[in-house]
Design a binder for this molecule. Structure first.
Ligand code: BES
Ligand code: ZN
Length: 592
């Protein structure tokens, strides 16, 4: 017996699910989904089958056409949930489980109408990565197992359902209900199962791409993401033909806890990307790149998460270079460096979480999450590229994608493949230090540009009175302004804040990266004029990337700590469970 993934009850000696058929009845009143999951094995199988569940109420299990079968739930594990053990009779080709999700299911956030843009109808969305699919569907919830799926989702009439799959028709389904059908023919890891239900409209952006959003935001979303087809073409140049047929996007309500989630055929995006100037579309480049690096070739478990995110960040920056040039790319790496240093600092007492090849037995993958697999990982990929040259690396990438298409691999499999294709390259870049040593190796590639050097030099002179001129400020792109702000000292005075706000017009920024960077500086300075804006942002937005630094920066003064606690008390019922946990962790670290 062998459990290859520390975050799943999956037993590798047992049959693998090949295909899932889902029937999901969405009940907004009770905040529950009534589900039936049918697992198909492809062959005739028998014996024990262990599935992952968390918070699911299991009603029955049966072999269709044959009748009920024995099942039992194991002890609750705080991270894994409960093992559902089914006993399959001889010749079983498929098995079905009837169940109810819990109103607290971590994969699901149920929003009241007031939490949406239109304020007219409730909204539901899922977020299954890392290990939350088991709160939505009983399944082998490990990326080692890939499944194709089909689903029928029944929702209140007037609402629309979308999934990480292609649409396969819809029809009325009894009084006041409507059913949407979906098909995902390619095999995906369960963390890419995704569902959203709400008042939704769409706009076509190209023959293979459209954006979905609430009617109130769909026009601005279509404008913001109009360049997506160009990105798809550029990404195809790197990795080969787009493998998932359509690339659609969904803009969620502001409580969505991430910037983007690469759900295949339907990327989920935070509405904070709608800056009004297309300055945040690097997140779309990132999620699109996952269509290859991740969705096509993914990590075998969360211990190899860097293979997923590190490659994707590298690809995102490469797309940025093709679209906007090397200066823009260098700024992207600089922002990444900033995030990396912040994460290394946060984990300074947990160095085992700063290696790329993680060991996560007994550790919740959401607690291990940081920018390290992203940025340290991307630097390892960039180092390999520099070592062998762009052309050879490009060919290597194509071979890598071909060799591991639609599979989930370990760091060790990756290294074996690199050693075959690019002998000596791993040793030459000191890959072992990235994979197994904490921190960032000193030999890691550095990305510089003239503009980046100028911005750094200017920010370094802040304390001695160096200030940008109105001409400089006027010429900055949003990325340049952001890098400048990130390079300022973390502790500035209230007079400095007043200067910054006045000269850079920061309080009214629609670009959330800039706004939150500014508000974090202001919070750390106990700068009272920023408090109303801080409150507004924290009451509205649930993206963890913004909550963590902003609540963190509020920890420095008694008055700002009180403000943070008061805001959190009011805001937390509207936060996603994941976001709530992150903020609680930040508040617990405040001095008493
Ligand atoms: N797959 C991630 C989001 C994620 C990671 C969800 C881990 C759950 C667990 C997604 O691709 C991502 O990295 N999003 C980033 C965007 C980015 C440009 C780095 C985000 O949400 O900020
Ligand atoms: Zn990603």
């Amino acid at each position: 017996m062998h459990r290859p993934d520390p975050h799943s009850f999956y037993e590798s000696s047992q049959p693998k699910t090949r295909r899932l058929r889902l029937k999901l009845g969405v009940d907004f009143g009770r905040k529950r989904i009534e589900g039936e999951a049918t697992l198909e094995f492809g062959d005739a199988v028998q014996g024990e089958l262990d599935l992952d569940t968390k918070g699911l109420e299991i009603l029955s299990a049966k072999v269709p056409g044959q009748g009920p079968i024995p099942w039992s739930l194991g002890e609750e594990d705080a991270i894994l949930g409960r093992r559902l053990r089914l006993t399959l009779p001889a010749d079983t080709r498929e098995v079905s489980v009837q169940y109810l999700t819990s109103p607290e299911a971590m994969a699901l956030q149920w929003l009241d109408p007031a939490q949406t843009e239109g304020k007219q109808a409730p909204f539901l969305f899922s977020q299954c990565q890392q290990i939350h699919a088991r709160t939505l569907v009983p399944c082998q919830d490990t990326p080692v197992v890939r499944v194709s799926y089909q689903a029928e989702v029944t929702v209140p009439e007037g609402l629309t359902a979308v999934m990480s799959a292609g649409p396969a028709g819809d029809a009325p389904a009894g009084p006041g209900r409507h059913a949407f059908r979906f098909a995902m023919p390619q095999p995906i890891p369960t963390y890419l199962l995704a569902l959203a239900v709400g008042r939704l409209e769409s706009r076509d952006l190209s023959p293979r791409s459209r954006v979905w959003a609430e009617p109130e935001t769909v026009a601005s979303a279509a404008w913001e993401f109009a360049g997506v087809e160009d990105m798809i073409v550029k990404a195809e140049g790197l990795f080969g033909a787009y493998p998932w047929d359509r690339y659609d996007m969904l803009v969620l309500p502001p409580s969505f806890p991430y910037g983007g989630m690469e759900n295949p055929r339907m990327t989920f995006l935070t509405p904070t990307l709608l800056a009004g100037d297309r300055s945040l579309v690097d997140v779309v480049a990132h999620e699109l790149a996952h269509s290859w690096t991740g969705n096509l070739v993914t990590n075998a478990s969360m211990e190899h998460f860097w293979l997923n995110e590190g490659f994707t960040v590298w690809a995102e920056r490469r797309i940025l270079r093709i679209l906007h040039g090397t200066e823009a790319e260098a700024l992207g790496w600089a922002m990444g460096q900033n995030a990396l240093e912040e994460s290394l600092d946060r984990f300074k007492d947990e160095p085992h979480l700063t290696v790329l090849r993680l060991h996560l037995e007994g550790i919740d993958p959401d607690d291990a999450f940081s920018s390290i697999p992203y940025e340290k990982g991307a630097r390892l990929v960039a180092a390999l590229e520099r070592e062998v040259g762009e052309e050879r690396f490009h060919r290597f990438l194509r071979d890598y994608m071909d060799a591991f298409r639609f599979t989930s691999i370990t760091t060790e499999q990756f290294c074996t493949f690199v050693e075959q294709q690019l002998p000596g390259a791993l040793a030459a870049v000191g890959a072992d230090a990235y994979l197994h040593q904490p921190g960032l190796p000193e030999t890691a590639p550095v990305f510089r540009s003239g503009q980046l050097d100028r911005l750094s030099a200017l920010a370094e002179r802040w304390a001695e009175g160096g200030r940008p001129t109105p001409d400089q400020i006027g010429a900055w792109t949003p990325a340049e302004l952001l890098v400048y702000l990130q390079k300022l000292p973390r502790q500035v005075t209230q007079a400095d804040c007043a200067w910054l706000d006045q000269h850079l017009a920061l309080m009214g920024r629609g670009n959330y990266e800039i706004l939150v960077e500014w508000l974090s500086l202001a919070a750390a300075a106990d700068y009272e004029p920023a408090f109303p804006r801080i409150r507004e942002v924290l009451m509205k937005v649930g993206r963890m990337k913004y909550l963590r630094p902003l609540y963190g920066a509020l920890g420095g003064h008694a008055r700002t700590r009180a403000l943070a606690r008061e805001i959190f008390a009011a805001a937390s019922p509207g936060y996603h469970g994941l976001s709530r946990r992150v903020v609680q962790g930040v508040l617990e670290k405040y001095p008493a």
